[in-house]
Write a protein of this length. Structure first.
Length: 223
């Protein structure tokens, strides 16, 4: 879908700008995480330009006096990590955009777009619908666009989950092909139809995918 990248990016950018404008209003600005993260990222950007090694190292350093608990809301490294990752990411964007929130949205949504594209590629074999309608369903649901296109953790979480599912699907296919290469049908004297039965494809059956694999064209390593 190379020709659709720009048309798909446009609504996500528009939604991201709308998200920033909405939470920049006085009645919402004080409790807005996205603008709080951005303000914190401005000083982080200065640190990045001054000492990049310390900047990235700080993300993995535990700076609290006590170990605390994994599930507590205050003074917890793991609880604060979700905010720190966003702030560090914004700081990197700031170095490229001269600390402009709305220019940062372009880079943020470029990363976020990997999630919907991965999700689209995972389910397109199973959903037979008009392509335009299908793309609109994946990329243009208003609530999804608004909350995931803004610079917050929602879009990154969706992208992470979608990429995990996408690569797990690829890994499942790779493992199955490798298994067929290691244990060809002649070793077990199985009928030809058995090699294309869902009973011999547990990973695909689990994920709901079906791929007729021609072994002579696939190799675990190499071409």
């Amino acid at each position: 879908m190379p020709g659709l990248r720009l048309p798909i990016l446009v609504p996500t950018l528009a939604a991201g700008i709308a998200y920033g404008l909405f939470y920049s209003q006085p009645q919402y600005a004080q409790g807005s995480d996205t603008w709080r993260f951005f303000e914190a990222s401005r000083t982080e950007t200065d640190w990045l330009l001054r000492d990049p090694v310390a900047f990235f190292k700080d993300l993995f350093i535990y700076g609290y006096k006590e170990s605390g608990s994994l599930f507590i809301a205050n003074d917890s490294y793991w609880n604060d990590l979700k905010s720190n990752v966003i702030i560090k990411l914004m700081a990197v964007f700031n170095a490229l955009t001269l600390k402009n929130y709305y220019a940062d949205i372009i880079f943020f949504n470029f990363l976020f777009l990997f999630g919907p594209v991965a999700f689209y590629r995972v389910i397109k074999e199973k959903v037979h619908a008009n392509k335009i309608v299908f793309l609109a369903f994946i990329f243009c649901i208003p609530s999804f666009l608004f909350w995931c296109s803004g610079m917050h953790k929602d879009g990154l979480i969706f992208t992470a989950v979608a990429l995990i599912i996408f690569y797990f699907k690829k890994l499942a296919i790779f493992v199955q092909i490798s298994a067929f290469q290691l244990f060809p049908k002649n070793r077990f004297h199985l009928p030809r139809s058995a090699h294309y039965s869902s009973h011999f494809r547990p990973t695909e059956q689990l994920l709901g995918f079906s791929y007729p694999v021609k072994l002579k064209r696939y190799y675990a390593i190499g071409n």
